[in-house]
Design a protein around this ligand. Structure first.
Ligand SMILES: Cc1cc2nc3c(=O)[nH]c(=O)nc-3n(C[C@H](O)[C@H](O)[C@H](O)COP(=O)(O)OP(=O)(O)OC[C@H]3O[C@@H](n4cnc5c(N)ncnc54)[C@H](O)[C@@H]3O)c2cc1C
Length: 517
């Protein structure tokens, strides 16, 4: 790993990022109109997509009844239920509160006001019932019968008086552990690799994500980089010797996903010069080790205010001749961002300028709620993301077309659990090379691999403490009643409504209101 040296002097002229910056807060309606024109399907294709998506949903609903799983959990504890909101508060509380005593007080308050028993036996999923038991356990410690319903505050008092908060904390952590096992492939990379074996034999690819983000101290960041270094060695050994250093072989092999925010405690736009000096060499070292082991590395997409920074920091890596010949450095692109299409244009320019083919993982975006809140708090003149779910779906399809039309520049990777999106992508792509991706523990029933395309599982690895930020994002995005996973789990939602073509829906919707300050 130590052999590889950065070759900064040899950087070729690179495309500029002006068009990306200009699109940050553009008006939503005209942009969506242009995306509709790019994404629209001819009638015959639309019918094929509908059939395919409908088959996927039927199979998924049957599969869900057989398997249970997190999809049912997310539906059961969606944001429409009081307990779902409480669960989120709780996860956030555990995430933010450093001392056990304060965490205990919050836990007691949160648990005390939930009607957990209402969920028990309501779902046929093992995980829903197991988690409900875990959550109820706290109430069971001192089962006060009807008092629980009529006087939750009093119950909490009695609960604390009789058993003390540490007992509650233990019970709650147990519930979180049940959830953790569902979302996390292993607490260590060795455990994760052992657990991945069965699915690898079935033909799945993997991208391992060492959980952790937004490092607060240099020690955090160093620890994280070290965990990645160790993970690379373990994954390389697991993958074995590559059968030739070809691009096809590279795409077939397991990889890693990394968040830049975890690799430096000052990952902020104002610190760009310092990050060029301190963070870029760290990522370069990881990339060099991945190149050496012939494994792919994807840089996850994070909040909108970090996009320009992340591009400024990855640009020198794309361009560095020391990493040439290895087309394994990839980026996630968020379709909910108004900058997604200009970003894809820029990446195509980068691929051409540097003679690379860039793996692009197309996602819809996991930070929607916080993007909206952040723009409102800052009093911005608009939002950096779409404000309608349908518009994000349309943008995803337009972006998919852009990626698939430039296979000289991209290896497209479509990360989604939405049946319509999967069916539409596979119809646009035909026989062209690409892969699907899904999150470990989610979308299992959907089986895009049934469409005879490779599927990669994004597999978080880490302890339960590191899981919470990730868990909160999954609960927020899938608890929302517009989410595909949420609607899939609702047997009363008609299939035709779940798989309705977003392009046609967006075309007839009135314009979203302009943001006024
Ligand atoms: C393998 C994999 C890797 C991922 N990596 C990343 C990553 O690096 N960075 C990242 O940000 N996300 C990542 N995600 C998460 C992803 O962005 C989505 O949040 C998630 O997949 C849900 O999208 P969907 O197509 O599966 O479901 P759908 O239910 O079809 O879509 C839900 C999505 O729609 C969007 N949305 C919801 N409400 C609105 C609204 N009112 N207006 C506009 N848009 C709305 C949001 O993006 C939401 O997540 C990843 C997902 C997968 C499967």
């Amino acid at each position: 790993m130590g052999e590889l040296k950065r070759d900064i002097a040899a950087l070729p002229p690179l495309p500029n990022r002006e068009a990306i910056s200009d699109a940050l807060l553009v008006e939503e309606s005209p942009l969506v109109e242009s995306l509709i024109a790019r994404a629209r399907f001819p009638e015959e294709e639309r019918c094929r997509i509908e059939l395919l998506a409908s088959d996927l949903v039927k199979a998924a609903r049957d599969g869900r009844h057989e398997q249970g799983g997190i999809d049912s959990f997310l539906h059961e504890y969606g944001l429409s239920s009081e307990e779902g909101v409480l669960l989120l508060c709780l996860a956030e509380a555990l995430l933010r509160i450093p001392d056990a005593a304060t965490a205990d007080r919050l836990i007691a308050g949160t648990i005390g006001s939930g009607d957990w028993a209402r969920h028990l036996g309501h779902s046929d999923s093992l995980i829903v019932n197991a988690s409900t038991w875990g959550l109820m356990l706290t109430g069971r410690v001192v089962d006060c019968g009807d008092a629980r319903r009529s006087d939750p505050a009093g119950l909490v008092q009695r609960l604390i008086a009789r058993s003390g908060e540490p007992v509650i904390r233990q019970a709650l952590r147990q519930a979180m552990r049940i959830l953790g096992r569902q979302f996390v492939l292993g607490q260590t990379i060795e455990e994760a690799l052992a657990n991945a074996e069965e699915e690898r034999e079935q033909g799945y690819r993997f991208s391992f994500d060492m959980l952790g983000e937004a490092a607060r101290t240099s020690e955090d960041a160093e620890r994280y980089a070290q965990r990645y270094g160790e993970a690379i060695a373990a994954v390389a050994a697991w993958a074995g010797q590559p059968k030739g250093r070809t691009e096809e072989e590279l795409q077939r092999r397991p990889g890693l996903s990394v968040k830049l925010s975890a690799l430096h405690p000052r990952y902020q736009p104002s610190q760009e010069a310092r990050l060029q000096d301190e963070l870029v060499p760290r990522v370069f070292e990881l990339a060099g080790a991945m190149r050496e082991a012939w494994l792919p590395l994807t840089i996850d997409a994070e909040e909108a205010d970090k996009l320009s920074l992340s591009l400024a920091l990855t640009e020198p890596l794309f361009a560095d001749p020391a990493l040439a010949g290895w087309n394994g450095l990839g980026l996630a692109v968020q379709a909910y961002s108004k900058r997604a299409l200009p970003l894809i244009d820029w990446l195509a320019g980068m691929a051409r300028a540097t003679g690379r083919r860039i793996p692009v993982r197309l996602v819809k975006g996991a930070y929607w709620d916080s993007e909206i809140e952040c723009a409102q708090k800052q009093g911005l003149a608009g939002y950096p993301v779409f404000t309608r779910k349908t518009n994000t779906d349309v943008a995803y399809l337009a972006a998919a077309r852009a990626l698939l039309a430039q296979l000289d520049c991209f290896y497209p990777q479509f990360a989604t659990h939405n049946a319509h999106t999967i069916a539409a992508v596979s119809t646009i792509a035909g026989n062209r090379p690409y892969e699907f991706q899904r999150l470990y523990g989610m979308g299992e029933a959907l089986r895009p691999e049934a469409l005879a395309k490779p599927c990669r599982i994004y597999a978080p690895v880490g302890g339960h403490r590191d899981l919470l930020a990730y868990l909160v994002r999954r609960l927020l995005e899938n608890g929302a009643n517009t989410s595909f996973v949420n609607r899939l789990a609702d047997d009363h939602a008609p299939i035709s409504a779940i798989i309705a073509d977003p392009v046609e829906k967006a075309a007839v919707l009135p314009c979203p209101k302009k943001r006024t300050r």
